[in-house]
Design a binder for this molecule. Structure first.
Ligand code: M6R
Length: 609
């Protein structure tokens, strides 16, 4: 999604803003722009395309003089990517400039009213109504104008605003879209995400919904929408620049694939004490856990796939009924919450608009909410009743890998913990499963070491493939979904995932000579069934690549290619098979020369509905 950076300090703003925006490139964008105030005028430079184009246009920021400015990378929602639709947007007199993340839902209504009053619009964006509305209510007091427009705007927004009349002040406000404030000796910042300002400071304030911020060169002041002063405490960001750099890898995605053993270990180990799982942050006593009648797991994309695994393992081990929902559906479906229900929201960014809305829906229904979140201090982390962090560290590539693996780990921890408390597992089985779980980081490391060269070779064979099907049963189906999403989002190859038993009910019609089918066979009890489905597609011309556990000979007989993963307990095999699927997707996309850290049309954190 869009990225915002703002700066006020003693240095030239434009180069700092450009640099900050490059750190937000991973969020996905199609155009970019800057507005800088030189004390007497606001100068705007903006264009369609990559930041490189903006940098050339402004000679690395040199053409825009001034120590106060705002910058933006736009991911088009209203109006196609174009120079005119890019942010910042001006009012007609060019005295106010605004950058915006989010969507103004009532922009058409506001636009019509403003047009009746004689306002004229340049762009097709919803953002331009914000700046014109500010113009309408501005009578010399920026705070008063901002609080007034907040009563008029519906939808979500994080805004950076500068006024020509106030060259020593930078304003920001948010509702349902992330925004942080950073303070440093070098000056003060606003940003939509930490990497943009990490070079200058780790001291940040998380702006809450409805808060307005005034930044000067000397400091920051926070206000509520009634313009009362707010006292806020700064947080210190734990990770540093190195964690957000590529560190010699060709892409962030590859770096993050390699970081998985550590990410999983970091998520697992702090929660094991004296041979038992202890999840303090759950804040549920044994009685609360015993009484659980139902769990909803709600998420989007890969986090939803991790939730599907959560359903398999929690139902199987702890015998609690689990429903998994896509957040975009859950928020509108009016679910029934039995008395002792837990809603789990899974999100890497903690800012996904639909997941956040689902969280609020659950809370409105008096349901306890547990957030499983990677980004510390994010909206979901702050609004959930309790948070269990996945310690994956910053994930920059749009295609998630390490965060997803840590989400799986969180699911296993919860399943085993609940099972132990509810006594659905005896001590021997519990100990054996925990031992297996603790072996996962090492096994992931071995798989990466052992299989990369073979996968590079296989990927080179599949570069020209047009369609791909991933099939599996049970937890293998959840791996199939994740493998398929990885492949399509970074390689642009059409791919679909099906429960293997469902093929005959329609999709098999699409199988023809050479269609690639990736079969997952890691669930001993189900493998024979999936193998039969594989034989069915093979006899219709499909090319079969199977992923199975060491010791399974059946797959060798029916497949064209087989990749083997170590045999671990069936609940955890997905943590290993998915590494193979990530590497396949990565190397196919890399062979195709795709800018795979920033795949087309995609954004890292989806902060609009
Ligand atoms: O930040 P979140 O975990 O809430 O994001 C959810 C999805 O947008 C995300 O998993 C998306 O599907 C990724 N691009 C998958 O690689």
């Amino acid at each position: 999604m869009c990225g915002i950076v703002g700066y006020i300090g003693c240095n030239q703003a434009a180069p700092i803003l450009l640099e900050g925006l490059t750190k937000l490139e991973y969020r996905g964008y199609d155009s970019a722009g800057l507005a800088v105030c030189d004390g007497t005028r606001i100068h705007v430079s903006k264009c369609k395309g990559r930041l490189k184009v903006l940098s050339e246009l402004t000679k690395g920021g040199e053409t825009l003089k001034g120590t106060l400015g705002i910058g933006h990378t736009r991911w088009a929602t209203h109006g196609a990517p174009s120079d005119t639709n890019s942010h910042p947007h001006y009012n007609t007199n060019e005295t106010i400039a605004v950058v915006h993340n989010g969507i103004i839902e009532n922009y058409n209504k506001i636009k019509s009213r403003l047009c009746e009053k004689g306002y004229r619009f340049q762009s097709e964006t919803d953002t331009e109504v914000i700046v014109q509305l500010l113009d309408r209510y501005y009578t010399g007091d920026p705070l008063a104008a901002i609080s007034k427009i907040m009563t008029k705007l519906e939808g979500s927004y994080a805004l950076g605003i500068i006024f020509k009349d106030y060259p020593d002040e930078l304003y920001a406000v948010r509702r349902d879209n992330p925004l942080i404030v950073g303070v440093s000796e070098e000056g003060n910042f606003i940003a939509s995400d930490v990497p943009a300002i990490l070079k200058y400071t780790r001291k940040v304030f998380y702006v809450e919904n409805g808060e307005i911020v005034r930044l000067t060169r000397e400091g920051t002041q926070f206000f509520n929408s009634d313009l009362e002063h707010l006292a806020k405490e700064a947080s210190i960001v734990e990770w540093d620049m190195a964690a957000a750099e590529k560190g010699g890898y060709e892409h962030f995605m590859l770096k993050e694939i390699y970081e998985q053993p550590k990410a999983v270990k970091d998520t697992l180990h702090p929660r094991i004490k004296d041979g038992k799982i202890v999840i303090d942050e759950l804040n549920m006593n044994e009685d609360d856990i015993r009484k659980l009648e139902k769990i909803f797991i709600v998420a989007c994309g890969s986090a939803y796939h991790a939730g599907m695994t959560g359903k398999y393992v929690i139902e199987d081990l702890a015998r609690i009924p689990v429903e998994v929902d896509l957040a975009s559906e859950f928020r509108y479906r009016n679910p029934i919450y039995p008395k002792n229900t837990l809603t789990i929201i899974i999100s890497q960014s903690g800012e996904t608009a639909d997941s956040l809305a689902a969280l609020r829906e659950a809370k409105k229904n008096n349901c306890r909410v547990l957030g499983i979140v990677n980004v510390v201090g994010s909206s979901i982390a702050r609004e959930a009743d309790n948070v269990m962090y996945t310690w994956a560290g910053p994930e920059i590539a749009v295609a998630t890998t390490k965060a997803y693996s840590t989400q799986l780990t969180a699911m296993y921890l919860l399943a085993l913990h609940f099972a132990w408390i509810r006594q659905t597992l005896d001590r021997d089985k519990y100990d054996a499963l925990l031992k297996e779980l603790l072996s996962i980081p090492g096994r992931i490391e071995d798989i990466i070491k052992k299989n990369t060269t073979e996968i590079q070779y296989i990927a080179s064979k599949f570069v020209a493939v047009r369609d791909c099907f991933f099939i599996g049963r049970g937890n293998d189906y959840s791996a199939a979904l994740e493998g398929s999403l990885k492949l399509k989002e970074i390689s642009y190859i059409h791919s679909e995932a099906y429960p293997a038993g469902e093929l005959k009910h329609g999709p098999i019609a699409l199988i023809e000579e050479g269609t690639l089918v990736i079969g997952l066979l890691t669930q001993e009890k189900l493998n024979k069934k999936t193998a039969s489905n594989i034989v069915e597609v093979k006899s219709r011309g499909a090319f079969i690549l199977s992923i199975t556990c060491e010791g399974d000979e059946e797959a060798d007989r029916i497949s064209d290619l087989v990749i083997k993963i170590p045999a671990v307990d069936r609940h955890f095999t997905i943590s290993l098979s998915v590494i193979i699927l990530q590497l396949i997707a990565y190397y196919i996309a890399a062979c195709k020369g795709i800018d795979l850290d920033k795949p087309r049309n995609l954004a890292k954190s989806v902060t609009v509905e």
